[in-house]
Ligand binder design. Structure first.
Ligand SMILES: Nc1ncnc2c1ncn2[C@@H]1O[C@H](COP(=O)(O)OP(=O)(O)OP(=O)(O)O)[C@@H](O)[C@H]1O
Length: 250
């Protein structure tokens, strides 16, 4: 999907304290280019903060380095971001929210509009194209925010619990859509759902402890999106849950 090569992300000895308490201490991690990495870990362990640092947040007092390899060409920002809050612009209809990036860059075109309408349809939101965010449910707004991120077609996508507000079936449908549209991009996806990580991750990074460390890196077999009734998934689901429980106690 991406017009530029999807870089690997290297987290190199990153440290960060909040109020004198270390959240990260020399945290190092390599996330492969063109693949999806899912990040799991207990609430508050630093997943969202890590994502913000990868997105280039300079507002956080971190040391160490996070870099893309190969380095992107200077005039392109390679990252698309979807945070935990949907942040749809309240005065724009859904379709225009989905097209927000193109709109801000003055790149709107009929073909992009058609793409947006097609995505809205595939996300089960047909009929709501002109709806304002306030008239949509939380899950519908989250789908809108996800589509807006996917429309960007960036080589790097950072997503913080993008499916959390969705019912099980919509979640599966949107996971499939996201996997299709992000094939070839470098995706970092924070989730609390081990099954989601097993369906979507080429790599699953489990974080634990304080300061947080990489407790485990899993590479499930096969390519995402994996079928939810794959027996191997059920087995790994149990193992992953056990790991996460150990992480809570760490
Ligand atoms: N800007 C900030 N200033 C001070 N403390 C912060 C800041 N941002 C995050 N924290 C703290 O850092 C820790 C990690 O927060 P973060 O949101 O990264 O965790 P998380 O693993 O994503 O949690 P969750 O799974 O609940 O979303 C928390 O204790 C949080 O209170």
């Amino acid at each position: 999907m991406a017009a530029h090569p999807a870089p690997a992300i290297v987290v190199d000895r990153v440290s960060l304290d909040f109020a004198g308490k270390p959240l990260f201490q020399d945290l190092s991690l390599q996330l492969p280019g063109g693949r999806t990495t899912c990040i799991l870990g207990p609430s508050g362990c630093g997943k969202s903060t890590l994502l913000k640092l990868i997105a280039g947040s300079t507002a956080l007092p971190a040391s160490g380095e996070i870099r893309f390899e190969p380095l992107p060409v200077a005039d392109t920002l390679p990252v698309a971001w979807m945070g935990q809050n949907d942040l749809l612009l309240p005065w724009l209809p859904l379709v225009d929210n989905v097209l927000l990036g193109a709109r801000l860059r003055h790149e709107l075109s009929d073909s992009l509009r058609q793409q947006a309408l097609q995505l809205i349809h595939e996300a089960g939101l047909a009929g709501y194209e002109q709806a304002l965010p306030r008239s949509l449910s939380g899950g519908m707004r989250q789908r809108g925010a996800l589509l807006r991120t996917l429309m960007e077609q960036r080589p790097v996508l950072l997503m913080d619990e993008p499916f959390s507000a969705l019912d099980a079936l919509t979640r599966m449908r949107l996971q499939n859509l996201a996997a299709r549209l992000t094939a070839g991009a470098t995706v970092v996806l924070v989730t609390h759902d081990p099954l989601e990580a097993l369906r979507l991750g080429d790599l699953i990074v489990v974080l634990a402890g304080s300061p947080v460390r990489v407790a485990e890196i899993l590479k499930p077999n096969g390519r995402p999106p994996r079928e939810p009734d794959d027996p191997a998934l059920a087995l790994q689901h149990g193992q992953l849950l056990r790991l996460l429980m150990q992480g809570e106690d760490a």
